[in-house]
Design a protein around this ligand. Structure first.
Ligand SMILES: C[S@@+](CC[C@H](N)C(=O)[O-])C[C@H]1O[C@@H](n2cnc3c(N)ncnc32)[C@H](O)[C@@H]1O
Length: 188
């Protein structure tokens, strides 16, 4: 049964199969990169971005521990995704905010996040999805959340479906996950 906290995992399982291409736009500690690598198998390819070398080192270690060898780790901003000839990814994952256990002052910023989402939509496979998990609250993330959500609202509803998954009855400010898919048929 679908557990709402695993909505991104649900989409990974539904959309990805052996041989696919996928992108982790925020590698961090490598948890999402590992999930994507497993979902696309040995014949697939995962591109994982992070601006922190320590994050990519952590990701590389995690992949090695799990015998995974189908990822390309890229020390660069996800806003430069168009510089890496990534062909039609079936999934692009954004897990916004700062590296858990790392320097909390280094975190995603709305302008580069929006640029990266825009570029990801251009290269996304027609049967693909983008997942954006947004952490926000008292200390950080609120400005980014507002700008990113405002931007997502402007996406043409005839071309894209944007759904927001919220933990409606959880206290404080639980993360939101936004899923964007491309529409292939007629949308009213
Ligand atoms: C919440 S963490 C990601 C957690 C990760 N998905 C995991 O499974 O462990 C956010 C990451 O985004 C990275 N980041 C911040 N700005 C970035 C950018 N412009 N491009 C790529 N990564 C960025 C941070 O360095 C941090 O490691």
């Amino acid at each position: 049964m679908l557990q709402p906290q695993n909505i991104t995992e649900y989409f990974i399982n539904e959309f990805l199969s052996d041989g696919d291409c996928a992108v982790d736009a925020t590698a961090g500690n490598g948890n999402d990169t590992l999930k994507l690598c497993c979902a696309v198998g040995n014949t697939g390819k995962v591109y994982a971005f992070d601006i922190q070398e320590s994050a990519l080192t952590e990701t590389e270690t995690k992949l090695k521990e799990n015998g995974i060898d189908n990822a390309k780790l890229i020390l660069d901003s996800h806003s430069n995704i168009d510089c890496y000839s990534i062909q039609k990814p079936k999934a692009v994952l954004f897990n916004l905010g700062y590296l858990p256990g790392g320097d909390h002052t280094i975190q995603t910023k709305y302008n580069t996040t929006i640029e990266a989402v825009e570029k990801s939509l251009e290269i996304l496979d027609n049967n693909g999805f983008i997942s954006i998990t947004i952490y926000y609250g008292k200390n950080s993330g609120t400005e980014e959340k507002e700008h990113v959500m405002d931007y997502l609202k402007t996406l043409d509803h005839k071309r894209y479906t944007v759904t927001v998954h919220d933990f409606y009855n959880r206290p404080n400010t639980p993360p939101l996950t936004v899923i964007v898919t491309k529409n292939s048929g007629t949308v009213i």
